[in-house]
Design a protein around this ligand. Structure first.
Ligand code: FAD
Ligand code: NAD
Length: 473
């Protein structure tokens, strides 16, 4: 009764958890003729994370970087079931997933368990706060769409509050001090985008205040962007200097308070710095459901950074679970590039597995025919076909995952980007306005649909002509 999952009982069922980079790349590539495919994710869309900081300052509208998962599912050869729900538990022994509708409106049924033949575990990661007091409650993040919207609202609120009549100088300076924590690519890109908003728009609309807006980037390590080459780190530092963004390295945030951050300075002294807003970009940590899954294999899943998988992306300990992307701990960085290549790889693996199973079924039929064949010519014919099928089975190779690095790119503000691109046997490091145009075109072409490309290009044009919106909802 009701909405049954469109199972074809003759086919195996793949349940995909997540609708992010890894899951979406798999869904795009997989041949649904061969399997029942079910996607379960609390978000019924794919979020194009590289452009999330642009949404946070209103350069792009949220819709431009979202792609509904049902749009992708709709274009598959056979129906894919998309379920908006959060997976709560994976039972790798009975091969089931339990999930729940956690949204505001729920029907009579909002919690259920379904079986899988194969599970693709691609739930990503959450933000690492290290349990530092005040971070979870008081800082903004830059991970989900809602984070970008919250940041934008708070930033505009800080400016309007600073403009309130009678505000004293110290309070104006506090409200207009934005602290970004984390000198990884997320922190750098957010700082660059806030700076652009300031230069391109706020200077014109709040001439008396714009000059007082300060952006400080705090990083615990000795340098920002450790994954980029030395000259690009230096380029970013000098661009930030020109943009008047302060970089405080070897400085650690110890607490986030309502109106300040507590910093441990390089000399280990403690300093309280007043600020209007803190944006936290401190890295990734495994989700609770991932930790629970690891707990089911206490001797094999011991890496705190995430799930251990083999070179075919199979979860160590569970034969029918594949894990990809940020929820895993591999030698690769937790990036969209890695997750999407892993998703596309799994689609090929499933195709090969289906091919092999088809041939094995054919072989078993041929072997049955051989035993009942009475005519010698018929028997010889069947035997030769059996040999051929065996050879074909032996030829179905499932190769290990191989990552091909296409380079690292990051936007640093002021229409400048940095890029480390693999070239021949080395690396080319480029930076500047041309790299920014490359950054834009690279992301435009990576966007999954023509609809999104059009929306993003249109928003870039509108921002160029009319500037960013100042209204606060
Ligand atoms: P995600 O893309 O995070 O997807 C996880 C999915 O699982 C989501 O759909 C989520 O809703 C869903 N989910 C969560 N919990 C559950 C649950 N319990 N049950 C079911 N589903 C669940 N990488 C790059 O290579 N280049 C970049 O330029 C870049 N820019 C970035 C900018 C920002 C601001 C951020 C935050 C990240 C950026 N990254 C970039 C990193 C990149 O986004 C991640 O590495 C990538 O998203 C990982 O893909 P994933 O599929 O593992 O996880
Ligand atoms: P990250 O892990 O790369 O950086 C987090 C930084 O925060 C670290 O350098 C850490 O030292 C610092 N930090 C943590 N706690 C701190 C504290 N208390 N005080 C001061 N500093 C603190 O995280 P990210 O930037 O969110 O990136 C996550 C992943 O996503 C990375 O793999 C990254 O490559 C990828 N990503 C890539 C791009 C891009 O390619 N343009 C953009 C964003 C993210």
């Amino acid at each position: 009764p009701g909405s049954q999952l469109p199972y074809d009982t003759s086919k195996k069922t793949i349940v995909i958890l997540g609708s992010g980079w890894g899951a979406t790349s798999l869904l795009k590539t997989i041949d649904t003729e061969e399997y029942n495919v079910v996607v379960i994710s609390p978000k019924n869309y794919f979020l194009f994370t590289p452009l999330l900081p642009s949404v946070a300052v209103g350069t792009l509208s949220p819709k431009a970087i979202l792609q509904p998962t049902r749009y992708i599912a709709r274009h598959k050869a056979r129906a894919v079931t998309v379920i908006e729900a959060e997976a709560k538990e994976v039972d790798p022994f009975n091969k089931t997933v339990t999930f729940e509708d956690e949204t505001e409106i729920k029907g009579k049924v909002s919690h259920t368990t379904i079986p899988y033949d194969y599970l693709v575990y691609a739930v990503g990661a959450e933000v690492q706060t290290f349990g530092i007091p005040g971070v979870q409650e008081k800082a903004c993040f830059m991970k989900e769409l809602n984070d970008a919207e919250v940041m934008q609202r708070r930033f505009k609120d800080c400016i309007e509050s600073a403009a309130f009549p009678g505000q004293d100088d110290a309070e104006i300076d506090r409200l207009l001090h934005i602290v970004v924590v984390g000198g990884g690519p997320t922190g750098i890109e957010v700082s660059g985008e806030i700076h652009d908003f300031l230069e391109d728009d706020l200077k014109a609309w709040y001439p008396e205040l714009a000059g007082r807006i300060r952006i400080s980037l705090v990083e615990a390590l000795p340098s920002v962007l450790p994954m980029f080459s030395k000259q690009l780190i230096e380029y970013t530092e000098s661009t930030f200097k020109e943009s008047k963004i302060d970089i405080w390295t070897k400085t650690m945030v110890k607490e986030v308070k309502d109106k300040s951050v507590i910093l441990q300075m390089p000399d280990k002294s403690i300093k309280e710095v007043p600020c209007g807003m803190v944006v936290w970009a401190g890295g990734n940590k495994g989700r609770k459901i991932t930790q629970d899954l690891m707990g089911k294999f206490p001797t094999l899943q011991t890496n705190k950074r995430g799930l251990t998988v083999d070179d075919h992306l199979r979860l160590a300990g569970a034969d029918s679970i594949f894990a990809i992307g940020d929820c895993t701990s591999t030698s690769y960085a937790p990036t969209a590039q890695v997750a999407s290549q892993q998703g596309a790889y799994l689609a090929r693996v499933f195709a090969q597995m289906a091919k092999k199973e088809g041939l094995e079924a054919k072989l078993s039929e041929l072997q049955k025919t051989e035993t009942v064949a009475v005519d010698t010519t018929e028997k010889t014919g069947v035997q030769s076909e059996i040999e051929n099928t065996k050879k074909m089975i032996a030829n179905v190779k499932i190769r290990p995952f191989h990552y091909s690095h296409q380079g690292s790119l990051a936007y640093v503000g002021s229409d400048k980007a940095i890029a480390d691109l693999p070239f021949a046997n080395g690396n080319i490091a480029t930076a500047g306005v041309a790299t920014f145009l490359f950054w834009r075109s690279a992301y435009l072409s990576t966007l999954f649909s023509l609809r999104n490309r059009t929306l993003v290009a249109n928003d870039w044009l509108i921002t160029k002509i009319f500037g960013r919106d100042l209204s606060r909802d």
